[in-house]
Design a protein around this ligand. Structure first.
Ligand code: FE2
Length: 300
């Protein structure tokens, strides 16, 4: 069993790097960190050096990163994945540097999502200087697609320490790796990809302020504002450039009594199972996984 300590980053290909960065900073409210690397833009939301990296090139998600404790844990993870028949590739110094980590390994989950495990992710001591005052406090969670969420749960809960917090029928499994209700979610989708990337905001008011602001800018609101009954979080999903869906949310549940928690099962066909406030619901747009066999996609 491989112990994931936290989510680390999403790495995403951008055909129009400038537009992707402008949206992430000026609209979403992330801070661009000067990484000194042509064709790569690093964006931060919290103490992590970055939680989102855009790589100029083919549009689509390149990888989703998770941290493990240290180089020893990463080496054990590498062995364990290979024992399970998964092909693992160890990144070189340039790849580790671009990710601002000490070491990185990459593999495909059984559904075609590119996953990276890292150790030694850099922390920046200086305060975040947000591109816009959207109230973001933290990189909250990431959500991947898989054709069968039960299969995906089996993979994540047997290979890793992910535990199901709640199920939304066959549509989604929300999983935790720490106290936060979910840091990883898998949504039903026929193709691999990144369903959305989530940022927590400081106040309920931030969600609604951001909603009006996005509407004024003509940004496509995919879902919300609403409140998920599973996590209790108030959510707003919206579509950015390159087909990347962002989510703001406030008030996510923390599961502090691990032994007492039992996952619940919600039927997506029942009213209120996605949004307690009974607003219109739809699955957010998924950013397709870039096939990693493309050399230009794997290189960065
Ligand atoms: Fe979410």
């Amino acid at each position: 069993m491989i112990e994931l300590v936290d989510i680390a980053y999403v790495r995403s290909g951008a055909a129009d790097l400038g537009a992707a960065v402008r949206f992430a900073t000026e609209v979403v409210g992330l801070e661009q960190v000067d990484g000194g690397e042509p064709g790569v833009a690093h964006l931060r939301a919290d103490g992590r050096h970055h939680c989102l990296a855009f790589v100029e090139g083919v549009s689509g998600v390149l990888a989703s990163g998770f941290t493990v404790a240290d180089p020893g844990a990463l080496a054990l993870a590498e062995t364990e994945l290979e024992t399970r028949g998964i092909t693992v590739r160890r990144g070189g110094p340039d790849e580790a540097r671009s990710r601002r980590v000490a070491e990185v390994i990459g593999f495909d989950d059984p559904f075609g999502n590119r996953i990276e495990l890292v150790c030694g992710q850099q922390t920046l001591a200086r305060p975040v200087v947000p591109g816009r005052g959207s109230g973001i406090t933290e990189f909250g969670h990431l959500c991947l697609d898989a054709p069968d969420v039960a299969d995906a749960h089996r993979f994540w809960s047997t290979t890793f320490n992910a535990r199901a917090s709640d199920w939304i029928g066959d549509a989604a499994c929300l999983m935790r790796i720490d106290e936060v209700h979910h840091k990883l979610a898998v949504f039903q989708g026929d193709q691999p990809g990144l369903c959305h990337v989530n940022f927590q905001v400081a106040e309920l008011d931030d969600v609604f302020r951001n909603w009006h602001h996005l509407e004024d800018l003509g940004v496509e609101i995919e879902m919300g504002p609403g409140r998920h009954p599973q996590s209790g979080a108030v959510f707003l999903y919206f579509l950015g450039p390159e087909g990347l869906t962002y989510e703001y949310s406030y008030g996510v549940r923390r599961i502090t009594d691990e032994a007492a928690w039992r996952p619940r099962f919600f039927d997506p066909a029942e009213r209120g199972s996605i949004d307690v406030w009974l607003g219109p619901t739809q699955k957010p747009r998924t950013q397709a996984q870039v096939p990693h066999l493309l050399p230009e996609a794997v290189r960065p």
